[in-house]
Design a protein around this ligand. Sequence first.
Ligand SMILES: NC(=O)c1ccc[n+]([C@@H]2O[C@H](COP(=O)([O-])OP(=O)(O)OC[C@H]3O[C@@H](n4cnc5c(N)ncnc54)[C@H](OP(=O)(O)O)[C@@H]3O)[C@@H](O)[C@H]2O)c1
Length: 297
Amino acid sequence: LDDVQRIVCVRVFLIGASGQLGTDLRPLLPADTVALDVPDIDVCDRDGLAQIMRSAAPGVVINCAAQTHVDGCEDAPEAAFAVNAIGAGHVAEVAAELGARVVYVSTDFVFGAAGAREAAYVEGDVPGPLSVYGASKLAGEHLTLAADPAALVVRTSGLYGHAGARGKGGNFVETMLRLAAEGKTELRVVADQCLSPTATAHCARQIVALVDAGARGVVHVAAADHCTWHAFASAVFALAGVDVVVHPIGSDEYPQRARRPRMSALRSERLADYGLAPCPPWREMLAEYLAARPMAP
Ligand SMILES: NC(=O)c1ccc[n+]([C@@H]2O[C@H](COP(=O)([O-])OP(=O)(O)OC[C@H]3O[C@@H](n4cnc5c(N)ncnc54)[C@H](OP(=O)(O)O)[C@@H]3O)[C@@H](O)[C@H]2O)c1
């Protein structure tokens, strides 16, 4: 972390600071960072946002604010676009007015329309979202880069952090462990959707290192490898020493409101440009997360 803490020479403004990723970013940022979340800041309220940002006079703005409930976004597309797209545009426009660098955090769910693809997506691949959430985040990328062509857009995948995501009632790892604690001994989990599950602790470090390196444009930050949700759930129980049988099922056996990509794993061809390696393999990050879990037995 010594390297990444060079960011300290400018004031940082962090939005979405109470979310999973925002919570793990905070300790990596300088002491005078302004870190806010709803209800103290609302990216949909451009005037209020501009007033708060102006008074903070930031040099770097990191936007982690999002509507992240993928199925909820399907039911409320206006609210999803208001935060993930138009709100992101507000943040980037105000940052540009103030001469601050802006970072927008985006998602692997901007991909998926390529259908039968088997390889992980790299930065140069053409996005094609399948859901309102994915479309709203892709629009957020465009609006951010339109306001500031030098913006940094960090796409990540399957985030989980100890803070949990309020909008989702936790995260996938915590949901699996809660179901086990409630007495489930068998679970069915989809085995035909691939992702690069990434711990927010590692994603946060990479974001700070990228800012420090002056990175711009789209950069993928995710686990060095990928797996299915079924493999991920199985590893949660194996590593936590919990006896639950996880049955592999197809997406068609677990209908959800939003369509999800069969493949949304991310690989980076750009991290190396900034002297950075990908995050560790997913299993390694998961073991670390479980070992540091506040409620670990
Ligand atoms: N979670 C994932 O699996 C995943 C995967 C890939 C990429 N991402 C992206 O990574 C970023 C961080 O995700 P995360 O998991 O840390 O999400 P999170 O825990 O849901 O954090 C997002 C934060 O933004 C806040 N927020 C919502 N609407 C807002 C508004 N109008 N103004 C200001 N703040 C607002 C949320 O508050 P409330 O909770 O009260 O709504 C929440 O505290 C997001 O951009 C997300 O799209 C997430």
